[in-house]
Every structure is written in C-alpha cells, then in structure tokens.
Ligand binder design. Sequence first.
Ligand code: NAD
Length: 294
Amino acid sequence: VKKKASKYEKLAQPVKQTAVLGAGIMGGGIAYQSASKGTPILMKDIKDEAIELGLKESRKLFAKQVERKKLTSEQMAEKLTNIRPTLSYGDFGNVDLVVEAVVENPKVKGAVLSEVEEMVGENTILTSNTSTISINRLAQNLKRPENFCGMHFFNPVHRMPLVEVIRGEKTSDAAVAATVAYARAMGKTPIVVNDCPGFLVNRVLFPYFGGFSFLVEQGADFQRVDKVMEKFGWPMGPAYLLDVVGMDTAVHANDVMAEGFPVRMAREGKTAIQVMYENERLGQKNAKGFYAYE
Ligand code: NAD
C-alpha cells in the first residue's frame, strides 16, 4: 500500500496554503498538526465558540511541547500564527487544498462542499475527512469532482499516524498526489484506498463497536470489557474509544455503514450507543459518555 502512495508523489502540485472547514475535534486537530509542521491553514467554522475551542486545544498542545522543551515559547507563538481562524470564506481564493471536517451528515457535507467549491480556485483540491460517507456520493453535486478525494485522519490527529486517502471514481491522479504530499508534509503515513462506505479502517472498527454494543445490551459491564480489551493488547477499550470519537459521530457513521452494508451492519432496535447518544452522553466532547470527565 505504501508503494501505491509513493507512486503519486511525483505528480504532486505544491500545497502551501490549506484550509479546514470545521474547528471541532477533528478540524481543530488537523489545524494544529498542519501548523505544527509548518503549512499555514485557515480554520473556518460557523460558530465563534467552536473556533475558540479549536484554538484553545492547539494552544494546549503547543504549550505541552514547550513544557517538554521541544519548542521555545517564541517557536510556539510563530507556529500558532500558521492557524488563521475565520467565520468567512474571504481568503479562500489562494488555498491549494481544503479539508472538510464538518458534522458526519451527507446533506450538510454536500452543501458545504458545493459552497466552498465556489470560493476556491479552479485547481484547488477539495478533500473530506468523512469517516464513512462514500466519496462518489459526496462528489455527486460537485462541478469539479476530479479535484476531490477523501482525506481521512484519525483521532487524536496529532497522535495517529495513519491517513486514508480515498480515491473516488472521478478523482484525478493530481488530486490524490497533492493529498498524499500534504499528508506526508504533516508527518503522517498516507495510504491510498478505494471508495466504499467506511473505507478500510472503519469497515473493521464499526463492526467491533457493534459487537461491543451488543455485549453491553446483553448486560456486560463496559468497564470490564475495556479492561479485557486492554489486556488483549489494544491501547484503550471500546467504551473509552467511543468517548474519544463522540457518540454523535459514531451513531451517524454507523447509520452510513448500515445503509451501505445492510446485511452485515443493520440492527433491529436501539443499540447501547444510540441510547447513550439520545441521552446526550456524547463522550469527552461534553464531558459525559461511558465515563465522566472533568
Ligand atoms: P465535531 O462535532 O467535533 O465538529 C464539527 C464542527 O463542524 C463543529 O465545530 C461545527 O460547528 C462545524 N460545522 C458545522 N457546519 C459547518 C459549516 N457549514 N461550516 C463550517 N463548520 C461547520 O465533529 P468531529 O468529531 O470533529 O467530526 C468531523 C468530521 O470528522 C466528521 O465527518 C467525522 O465523521 C470525521 N471524523 C471524526 C473522527 C472522530 O473520532 N471524532 C475521526 C475521524 C473522522
């Protein structure tokens, strides 16, 4: 798979200025990682509070680097200037590559992608950080689907090395190349994968979440399951991982997977994860999920 990614590198156009749509868990993390590795990034959201939170998270991560003496305070200040928060598309004309990281909803994502396509140059690469929604589906209403592909980061962005670059039917080699190059510039390990709901990693991960949910519905103690899976060798158990991912994102992503693979993924009745979501136990993002947070 690595070979496949490097094959595209020769074709890459320079990616000097980027933008991320959404300043949430993922958008904020993508902005931090890009800024940290030296590629300037506009961070756009529709809510001021979201931008504030995204910036706060970046400041916290940079401050940790200063504490560990990996950065000086001056370097931290300089790197922070690589993130330009905004509520408008004002400066999108000069952006080489956009990562869309808004909520996991095909309608919202489709509308946001069409909107940003009008604001950027003809050669700008558009990417989506969708967890599960097919790239061909998201490309349907785009005028330049050849400039569009998936760029799927994992959470937390600064710690997870993998990035799935998802090639849609109409995606050009140049778009894949630029996205692979940007992922590498961010210090990540890109893999190029074909398009389907859930791509590669989430086709493995979501059935696992489903299995965990079923166990809990049958009366298993989630903390015990977490401990067992840690002993099995995973860095964290499924309940904790769901708290990190966010119950809203997990439910929306699972719906997309169930629509794409009804025989394997669709379930009768409510899952434990859905019940958590309906009770607004979203995970770390609102400080209560399977576990409680400060
Ligand atoms: P989140 O809820 O933390 O953040 C979403 C942000 O998008 C919010 O700040 C919201 O205000 C903003 N937003 C909504 N509409 C917008 C618009 N029109 N323009 C700009 N901003 C807008 O969600 P998240 O967990 O960061 O997930 C974002 C995307 O990343 C989803 O597609 C999700 O599936 C994907 N993803 C999530 C994870 C994860 O573990 N949470 C991992 C990989 C990929």
